[in-house]
Write a protein that binds this ligand. Structure first.
Ligand code: PMT
Length: 412
């Protein structure tokens, strides 16, 4: 049981069909002891009456930027909140918030607050997948806003697809986690996890190398999510933890620094021997110069003919020597035919899962703070994880891993 006792939560409700679920969210927050202040947009009241929230919440519904008792309700709300939660968040509210436009009390409060903000999008699939919405979500993630959902499922009008509001239970649990009062997840306690991160560098000469655009963000997101859930984690990486200057690695994560595919292969093979879960998020070069020059190549000597040879395929060799019970997760960075190419990697490399990344997709793949992936399991299941922060992608994939391990344990 989580406890939000005494926490002041501004519950922003905007105008979508999922607004009716905000009533349940309000009730659950109240049950957890939170002090809930509902802020409804005009659109929200088309879907759910303010009387319902007046009756359930700690304070009466607020809607207007101009109040007789308080001349500046948005700053009062923003400054006194412990958390601002928007559920459901429409494309309009998300867009206004990302652009810094305060067109009503809810958007003004969002801009006026320094409290953590949790945004729970809900809209039709076409809207959710629109590049403008994707850009706005990426902007909010970059600014540290917590995005919860949406899920895939039945939508208004009988349509199916991505865009359904996350469940009230998940949303309240996310608020608890954000405020650090939630029950810490410990479903990976006792597990040993190895993660690779970053792009390898294959030397051409002492100053040049063959590399790629991997920032290590996705790999570190896995490492920190697994450590946060109790695992002991080794990250084999070519880069320091990406983030603001001086960002430190989460406790419970051991860092092994490498440069080349060869070094990554050796360090990963060593760490993976005893690992329960191995996650190959690094972008490993497939080719390297056969004979790197010992001194810097000179332009005056002409364009060098660089002979290349294949690097060791780390994932394939881990797949071939996988200890009983170990879960091996490979990635696939693709620019076309994503599902087919990922399926070929799943079959060819002995992995239990392939996390397929369309690196040409908007706000996904290399260096972004957000990602969207397709997870292919060796038993034929396919899970789609829509655009969200890299940490939330890691969370979704590790949820599958934990369920998989629990399933295997129950079969024994
Ligand atoms: O680091 P970020 O900026 O956050 O970006 C994240 C990411 C795009 C790098 C990540 O999400 C991703 O897709 N990683 C895999 C990149 C890659 O090398 O894909 P691939 O399709 O070339 O390789 C398939 C799998 O084989 C990968 O798990 C890779 O780690 C592994 N591999 C590849 C070559 C090789 N010689 N040995 C390997 O083990």
């Amino acid at each position: 049981m989580t406890s939000l006792a005494g926490k002041r939560i501004v519950l922003g409700v905007s105008g979508g069909i999922a607004a009716y679920k905000a009533v349940e969210i309000c009730r659950r927050l109240m049950d957890e002891g939170a002090h809930v202040i509902p802020v409804l947009t005009k659109g929200a009241t088309r879907f759910v009456g303010r009387t319902t929230f007046d009756a359930l919440a700690s304070e009466r519904v607020q809607m207007s930027l101009f109040d007789e008792d308080d001349p500046i309700p948005h700053t009062t709300l923003g400054q006194t909140a412990d958390c601002v939660l928007v559920a459901p968040a429409t494309a309009r509210v998300i867009g206004a918030y990302a652009a810094g436009i305060s067109s009503d009390l809810l958007t003004a409060t969002l801009i006026a607050t320094r409290a953590p903000v949790v945004v729970c999008p809900a809209m039709h699939t076409e809207m959710w997948e629109h590049p403008a919405v994707a850009d706005n979500i990426a902007t909010l993630v970059e600014r540290g806003v917590h995005i919860v959902g949406p899920e895939s499922g039945r939508l208004a009008g009988g349509d199916e697809g991505a865009g359904r509001l996350s469940s009230p239970a998940d949303i309240v649990a996310a608020v608890s986690r954000v405020l650090d009062v939630g029950e810490k997840r410990s479903d990976m306690a006792g597990l040993s996890v190895v993660v690779t991160a970053g792009g390898t560098r294959e030397p051409i000469d002492p100053v040049r190398y063959i590399g790629n655009h991997s920032s290590g963000k996705q790999g570190y997101a896995f490492a920190e999510e697994a450590a946060g859930r109790g695992a002991s984690v080794t990250v084999v990486t070519t880069v320091d933890r990406p983030g603001p200057l001086g960002a430190t690695v989460a406790s419970g994560v051991t860092v092994v620094r490498v440069d080349t595919a060869e070094e990554m292969a050796a360090a990963t093979a060593d760490a993976a021997k005893e690992a329960d879960v191995v996650i190959m998020a690094a972008a490993v070069a497939d080719f390297r110069p056969v004979d790197p020059a010992g001194v810097k190549l000179k332009k005056r000597d002409g364009v060098p003919a660089i002979e290349l040879e294949p690097t060791p395929d780390i994932l394939a060799s881990l797949g071939a020597s996988k200890p009983e019970g170990q879960i091996l997760i490979g990635f696939a960075a693709e620019t076309c035919d994503v599902a087919d190419n990922a399926a070929a990697k799943l079959n060819g490399k002995g992995a239990d899962y392939i996390v397929a990344n369309d690196v040409t997709a908007e706000n996904a793949g290399f260096a972004h703070d957000t990602n969207e992936v397709l997870v292919l399991a060796s038993d034929g299941r396919v899970h789609s994880v829509g655009l969200r922060s890299k940490r939330q992608v890691a969370q979704a994939v590790l949820d599958l891993v934990v369920a998989d391990r629990d399933g295997r344990a129950n079969v024994r």
